[in-house]
Design a protein around this ligand. Structure first.
Ligand SMILES: Nc1ncnc2c1ncn2[C@@H]1O[C@H](COP(=O)(O)OP(=O)(O)OP(=O)(O)O)[C@@H](O)[C@H]1O
Length: 364
């Protein structure tokens, strides 16, 4: 694997003066040949701008951008056209011609590139077979489902055999089942055709299913970057934590927390579950060693790239000193979140192990 797409201190500013919009600020990252790289962020984070820089649709304001050995940041329009030919784009709204047939839509970039009719037809057949739409060649987009439209979009993006595919919210308009389907196709594009894929999304599940590495963007900046497992199993930034929370019920909301505290005696804590050091087996063993009981009241465990990942909220009961000891022990190998805001707020649920049992708790 080599640095295939490289950005170094890249800025993109729209306008100038006090009204300037800093859409991308000081972004440095490298994407390897053959990987599926995710860029996740909320609306306005700068994801689409980043994609438009990579495919040369927008010039970089300052910084260095290299794509497949070519210094895009210093290129003129004519050279940029050459770069764009090597990059396929897939869009949220598919961007198909509604009055053209599926075959004509897929053939369009080949027509523009001057391919003759016979060669075009052979390539279109090949592409429609690859995306599983050989029987829809003569249908028109309005007759297709959302998932089928996106398959056409992917076939069209692959027409000129690009080295890179940029997927900008490619599944955001689709239902969960169709999303899985399209993501499965993107995986095949990567594995079978060796295409490097950059996925722009605001959906954690897309990154979790598809990507090797991820950059989390907020206000134009990359705030976290690393393997999907590392970034999401140990989030450092609030934005990342919020994404983790959308995929997995990470921590209870304040309302749930109050309800849980009212219905479960004991000390509420949320413990991170990760591979090995933070496994649920180790969690239960630690509690047993300290003679602390832990009722699981919230959370769950899922997988990222076949590795376990999640969080469990437990109501711990036992001697206050034993609970403190268990939490200290757990903290040496995983994350432990306590809820000091519950102290005294809800009868029957001291927030920390060392708080004295309240009246409510004694009644249970
Ligand atoms: N051509 C432009 N002119 C001025 N401002 C722009 C332009 N394009 C983007 N912006 C601004 O740059 C910021 C980043 O926008 P961008 O579209 O890259 O974010 P995003 O993360 O892709 O969000 P979304 O998912 O909503 O598209 C926003 O504040 C946006 O208004």
């Amino acid at each position: 694997m080599t640095d295939f797409i490289h950005l170094e201190g890249v800025h993109k500013t729209f306008g100038d003066g006090p009204r300037a919009v800093h859409a991308v600020e000081d972004v440095t990252l490298s994407i390897d040949r053959g990987e599926i790289f995710g860029v996740i962020g909320y609306s306005g984070a700068g994801k689409s701008t980043l994609v438009r820089l990579i495919n040369g649709l927008e010039p970089v304001t300052t910084g260095r951008l290299v794509v497949d050995g070519a210094e895009v940041s210093t290129m003129g329009e004519k050279q940029l056209r050459g770069v764009r030919a090597e990059i396929g784009m897939v869009f949220q709204q598919f961007n198909l011609f509604p009055s053209k047939t599926v075959a004509e839509n897929v053939a369009y970039p080949l027509r523009v590139a001057g391919w003759d009719k016979e060669r075009r037809a052979a390539r279109v057949t090949e592409l429609l077979e690859f995306v599983g739409l050989a029987d829809k060649a003569n249908a028109r987009p309005p007759q297709l489902s959302g998932g089928q439209k996106q398959r056409v979009g992917i076939a069209r993006a692959l027409a000129r055999d690009p080295k890179i595919l940029l997927a900008d919210e490619a599944t955001s308009a689709l239902d969960p089942e169709t999303t899985r389907d399209v993501l499965g196709l993107l995986r095949r594009v990567n594995a079978e055709l060796g295409v490097t894929i950059v996925v722009i999304t605001h959906e954690m599940d897309v990154v979790k299913y598809l990507c090797n590495r991820v950059a989390v963007m907020e206000l134009g900046r990359v705030v976290e970057l690393g393997s999907v497992y590392d970034v999401f199993s140990n989030p450092q930034q609030d934005a990342t934590r919020r994404f983790v929370g959308t995929s997995l019920r990470d921590r209870p909301s304040p309302e749930s927390l109050r309800r849980l505290a009212a219905t479960h005696p004991g000390t509420l804590v949320t413990v991170g579950i990760q591979e090995e050091t933070g496994s649920s087996t180790r969690l239960m063993r630690t509690l047993a060693e300290h003679r602390v009981d832990g009722a699981i009241v919230y959370g769950g465990i899922t997988e990222i790239g076949e590795r376990p990942f999640g969080s469990l909220t437990l109501a711990l009961t036992g001697e206050p000193a034993a609970i403190d000891g268990a939490l200290a022990d757990l903290r040496t190998h995983t994350t432990v979140h306590e809820y000091p805001e519950l102290a005294g707020a809800v009868p029957g649920s001291p927030a920390t192990g060392s708080a004295p049992p309240s009246e409510g708790q004694e009644q249970r």
